[in-house]
Design a binder for this molecule. Sequence first.
Ligand code: AMP
Ligand code: MG
Length: 486
Amino acid sequence: MSRLDSLNFDNTYTRLPTNFYRRVMPTPIKKPHHVHWNTALANSLGIELPVDDLQLLIDASTGNALLPGSDPIAMKYTGHQFGIFNPELGDGRGLLLGEIIDPQQQRWDIHLKGAGQTPYSRQGDGRAVLRSTIREYLCSEAMHGLGIPTTRALNISGSREPVYRERVETAATLLRLAKTHIRFGHFEYFASIRDNNGLEALANYTIDQLFPEYGDARDKHELLLKAAIERTARLIAQWQSIGFCHGVMNTDNMSIAGDTFDYGPFAFLDDFKADYICNHSDYQGRYAFNQQPGIGFWNTRCLASAMAPLIGAKKSEDLLACYEPAFHQQIQKELSAKLGLALHEEQDNLLIRDLLQLLHSQKVDYTIFFRQLCDFHSEDDPGKVRDLFPDRNLFDKWARRYTHRLLRENIAADARQQAMRTKNPLYILRNYMLQQAIDEAEKGDFAMIDTLLTMVRSPFTGQEEMERYAGFPPDWGKHMEISCSS
Ligand code: AMP
Ligand code: MG
């Protein structure tokens, strides 16, 4: 274990040309205090919190003091926001402090979100608020617990410094860890200023950091694009199957590593509503739940077009054909596993499609449905799941088909049910839970952050005293409108 203040920081991004970033010091934050430290993540990274020195953590995690070796920079990128290219983007309220290598030899960027203004802040104050840092902290750990690729979150610190959003809130900072902070928008930046040397340096750097195995290949840039396209497709298939809605799938929020990135107005579905819009600023429903696979493709097209100068317009366009099969393969795998289908049959797609339509029309809770389906035996002995449907007859019709399909699986019922319980979570991080944790935290009580963190780490296993979180959301907590402002 290394102490927090003796980590071997490096910042390899600073060795790239100077138009890649600006060096910026964090703006000190007034009266900072401790909110939450992610002990389990720290342990896996080999980082020890000096228990005797909480002040060190508070200072380091707010940018009031710099950890040795860190070299804070604001990265420059651009991106398509709601379909429109914005050349002005970059780290406007976060700084890349540096990188560490964990005991498994995995490299991690450490980014301080809420570090104050940078040259890319535009009109923004450079701050993050306690509400949004709690949402990101818990949701990134929830995604990790569900086995979905994501950035991670190591620490939240708070402060009494007021920050003006739709109301007065307080400032907070988040230590975010990621395999990389390079977004599709980084590539779009160099393409937009026609800096092909920059584009090439960025691609080579990304390969070095993420895909060293491609380093010697003549077609390494193609391999990079292909990997990004396929990883994005698979990621969105995983989101869809768990019922996760990313609220702002702008290209500046898409990680080149294919990890879930930038948790703003996200939501896990309560009732299955195929066209659910979780971001109340998304007036057109561009990022509605059922639009996300198509938007993922749209975003990879932006990336392919940005990388065209490196690999040729035709080749980059051709590579886009990888998206759809990667998406379909993954979603089929995920949904079949949720239904306990180990064999693959042509007709399964219809069974799944009809089920989703039924869940939508009957407004059935997505997570609870699949968890209760783990107790289903047959149409004659369906268990509690049948009662989730206002029209039981409609469920019975589907259940008959499902029962016949299960007969063709050559696995014992209890083994299938056990396998299904490892794919269908008992707990999901619903927005109402986050809201309760935020309300408590704003009053100075951080206990619920700890409870929810414990819950989301093991979402598939029943945990003592968590029973209330396995149930339906309260009426007030359904379809909460989540604001973009964070
Ligand atoms: P986001 O909506 O968080 O994905 O951010 C989009 C862009 O706005 C990025 O370039 C951010 O750095 C920038 N940004 C968001 N919030 C702020 C803020 N409070 N101050 C400065 N820049 C911000
Ligand atoms: Mg963003």
